[in-house]
Design a protein around this ligand. Structure first.
Ligand SMILES: Cc1cc2nc3c(=O)[nH]c(=O)nc-3n(C[C@H](O)[C@H](O)[C@H](O)COP(=O)(O)OP(=O)(O)OC[C@H]3O[C@@H](n4cnc5c(N)ncnc54)[C@H](O)[C@@H]3O)c2cc1C
Length: 276
């Protein structure tokens, strides 16, 4: 029998997985620089980092893919700082003023559950607990928790921005509001509003083995990885085996994902109508 060609799996030397470019979205792997607190407080400048990376690229110590991706992220920081200099009210006003008409929900209980990492969505809770314990969250998880607050719970991005401002060790007057506004879709160059993260799928994609989630949400430590990111789907037997009683040892979901997914576009439509 003729051997099948394995072109689909072939990886050329230039496409080899690189720690930063390929690993920066995986919160269980410590592949990002964690330079944000030092940048925030001026212990190191973006210019110094830029030159160090360029030097690494020229000697070959830093791979092209990693170096370029990392510098692009540094570019986002510059972009946020330019935004702040043009919009000093970035933390308080919608960059896209249409959102002044957005019908945000006022729900103090939901906000507190979110802050405490008790939403019933494992990757969301893991991120918020990491923040509370360490003062830092991985970038991918910042996006997931921010999307959950603004698009699932429909809570004003400013409440989340304020919470991050109070708790992050790298709380930055430019990056923080720009990040929040971007995720809420009211920011500069933001994704369309209908892009709403599914937290269970985000968990499966970016924490496939569940190492990050199990670390921060130890109540779920023994749950099979097939249902770790959506424990409400787990068979009773699997929950029992893992010592979990939903609603008791770990919260039931604060809001049903498909309900939230349907509700958000209605709020967006209401905003557009209120504006016209
Ligand atoms: C909702 C939300 C809030 C955020 N709040 C802050 C904040 O208060 N302070 C803060 O420094 N960053 C913030 N970010 C951006 C980003 O999450 C952090 O800069 C990054 O996670 C810091 O980790 P690192 O230093 O290991 O990043 P690396 O991946 O190693 O990146 C190197 C540096 O590039 C800059 N950078 C990377 N990604 C971004 C980005 N998306 N936007 C702007 N700059 C970036 C940072 O200065 C970072 O230290 C926020 C992002 C979101 C989605």
């Amino acid at each position: 029998m003729k051997a099948r060609r394995r072109t689909a799996c072939k990886v050329s030397s230039t496409e080899r997985p690189t720690p930063y470019a390929d690993g920066r979205d995986l919160p269980a792997d410590a592949t990002t620089s964690r330079l944000s607190p030092s940048l925030r407080f001026g212990e190191i400048s973006a210019r110094q980092i830029w030159h160090a990376v360029k030097a690494g690229l020229s000697t070959g110590d830093v791979s092209e893919r990693d170096g370029e991706k990392f510098l692009a992220e540094l570019g986002w920081r510059e972009f946020c700082h330019h935004l702040l200099s043009d919009h000093p009210d970035l933390a308080t006003s919608n960059f896209n003023r249409d959102f002044d008409h957005f019908p945000w929900e006022v729900d103090e209980n939901a906000l507190q559950s979110w802050q405490a990492g008790q939403t019933g969505y494992p990757i969301v809770d893991a991120g918020l607990r990491e923040l509370w314990s360490t003062g830092w969250i991985h970038n991918r998880v910042r996006m997931i928790v921010a999307s959950f607050l603004t698009k699932h719970l429909l809570i004003d991005w400013r409440s989340g921005e304020q919470w991050f401002w109070d708790t992050l060790v790298d709380a930055d007057p430019a990056n923080n509001p720009a990040g929040w506004q971007w995720v809420a879709s009211c920011g500069a160059d933001a994704p369309p509003y209908f892009r709403i993260f599914n937290p269970a799928l985000q968990g499966e994609k970016f924490d496939p083995d569940g190492a990050y989630t199990r670390h921060w949400v130890p109540e779920l430590e023994h749950l099979d990885k097939r249902c770790l990111h959506h424990p409400w789907d787990a068979p009773g037997e699997a929950l029992q085996k893992a010592g979990i009683v939903l609603g008791k040892t770990y919260p039931a979901p604060l809001i049903d994902h498909s309900k939230a997914r349907k509700r958000a576009p209605h709020a967006y439509e209401a905003m557009k109508q209120a504006k016209s």
